[in-house]
Design a protein around this ligand. Structure first.
Ligand SMILES: [Zn+2]
Length: 146
């Protein structure tokens, strides 16, 4: 697909660049340990480290992300915990005030994340899928959305 800026043919879809530049790595390291103390024992431990390795270009071509709901869920749990303490322990009734605030904040965060993922994220993702990168001038442009 020709670049809209410089007319170069050296272009690729962001999706392709992202997938090619992102590799999942798994490295294994083995450590050997020995224990003395009369009876001799030796054991090996294998540690597997896995992660994602990404080229600079791939991170530039990364897709938009959905909003995480972790923060909202954590606030809700905090609110439940504060309220529980406020109800069940002596002289801690005041804890229910920050507890209620945490619950309200948690609901608000969850609601905002849900609305973002439903209304804002899909068009952003579609735009990303229709985006191309020019390897000559480095610009990112959309194709097929006009
Ligand atoms: Zn170009």
């Amino acid at each position: 697909m020709q670049c809209t800026q410089c007319g170069s043919e050296q272009t690729q879809r962001l999706e392709v660049i992202y997938e090619q530049g992102t590799t999942t790595i798994r490295t294994q390291s083995t450590s050997v340990g020995a224990a003395g103390n009369g009876n001799f024992g030796a054991g090996t431990a294998t540690t597997t480290t896995s992660g994602i390795q990404q080229t600079k270009l791939a991170s530039r071509a990364a897709p938009p992300q959905r909003k995480s709901k972790v923060g909202g869920v954590c606030l809700l749990l905090l609110g439940i915990w504060l309220n529980w303490m406020g109800m069940h322990l002596n002289d801690t009734g005041w804890l229910m005030l920050p507890g209620m605030a945490a619950l309200a904040g948690g609901f608000l965060l969850l609601q905002r994340a849900t609305a973002y993922n439903r209304d804002v994220f899909p068009p952003l993702y579609r735009q990303w899928q229709a985006s191309w990168l020019c390897h000559r001038c480095g610009c990112i442009y959309q194709y097929g959305q006009h």
